[in-house]
Ligand binder design. Structure first.
Ligand SMILES: CC(C)(COP(=O)(O)OP(=O)(O)OC[C@H]1O[C@@H](n2cnc3c(N)ncnc32)[C@H](O)[C@@H]1OP(=O)(O)O)[C@@H](O)C(=O)NCCC(=O)NCCS
Length: 213
């Protein structure tokens, strides 16, 4: 780790200003390492060339997952697809795409995105998808924690939002474990594999965020 990379994040209060985080413990669990944000179980890093084939075949080729998680109809991807969900455009504004890896061994476990970043309203949306073999092991909850840290601390945002299908118990729980609250239900808003399903909108404000939640 380079000498400038802090092991833990200690908010700088030397300027004497107040902040929504003043009442919170000074140390948060997300750590920085070269090119990676680290949570308790997962790391978020840039998309590597080798990730693309794995994400395409294990995540985006899955018709059911694609139809449920993407908010649009599934369609097949060609092997050399330059689909922007896979091939990251580093210059794109309003969107930051990560690959998610296990901390132990740095095996790819999925993708994580901060999207619709609005620098006027200082808000953004969180999206994530894990490879089927990596679900149900606490990684999703940790990915939300790291993306939330990135949104509030690194990007200085004020509000983060997650939308998910009302029957996506794991996503709802992963969001709520990080302090997101249910703000509303969009009734029959999503056409998914032959039926209309409700979608839940969850939000978290910077001042309500407790990184040790
Ligand atoms: C949704 C998703 C990101 C959640 O990540 P995950 O790693 O599987 O979830 P976690 O292991 O962190 O579990 C979170 C909570 O949900 C619970 N949970 C996990 N899988 C569950 C399931 N299939 N049914 C009900 N609860 C479940 C866990 O027990 C945990 O609850 P706890 O905190 O009380 O122990 C992941 O399952 C996924 O990628 N799914 C497919 C894509 C998707 O739905 N993306 C979200 C689109 S908005």
């Amino acid at each position: 780790m380079p000498p400038w990379a802090p092991d833990t994040v200690v908010p700088d209060r030397s300027y004497g200003a107040t902040s929504p985080f003043d009442d919170l413990p000074p140390v948060v669990p997300v750590r920085y390492e070269t090119c990676m944000l680290k949570g308790a179980k997962v790391g978020l890093r840039a998309r590597y060339e080798d990730d693309i084939e794995v994400l395409r075949t294990e995540l985006y080729d899955d018709v059911v997952n694609g139809s449920r998680a993407e908010g649009r109809p599934w369609r097949p991807m060609t092997p050399d697809s330059k689909d922007p969900r896979l091939v990251v455009d580093d210059k794109a504004q309003g969107l930051v795409q990560f690959s998610a890896v296990e901390l132990d061994g740095e095996t790819l476990i999925g993708m994580a995105t901060l999207y619709d970043i609005d620098t006027h309203h200082r808000s953004a949306h969180i999206g994530l998808g894990l490879l089927p073999s990596c679900r149900g092991m606490g990684y999703g909850t940790d990915v939300v924690a790291v993306l939330t840290h990135y949104g509030f601390v690194v990007r200085g945002l004020h509000r983060l939002q997650i939308e998910t299908l009302a029957d996506n118990a794991a996503m709802l729980r992963a969001a709520e474990r990080n302090g997101f609250v249910r703000e509303g239900v969009l009734r029959s808003s999503s056409w998914v594999m032959g039926e209309f399903l409700d979608e839940v909108v969850l939000g978290l404000l910077a001042e309500d965020w407790n990184p040790n939640h």
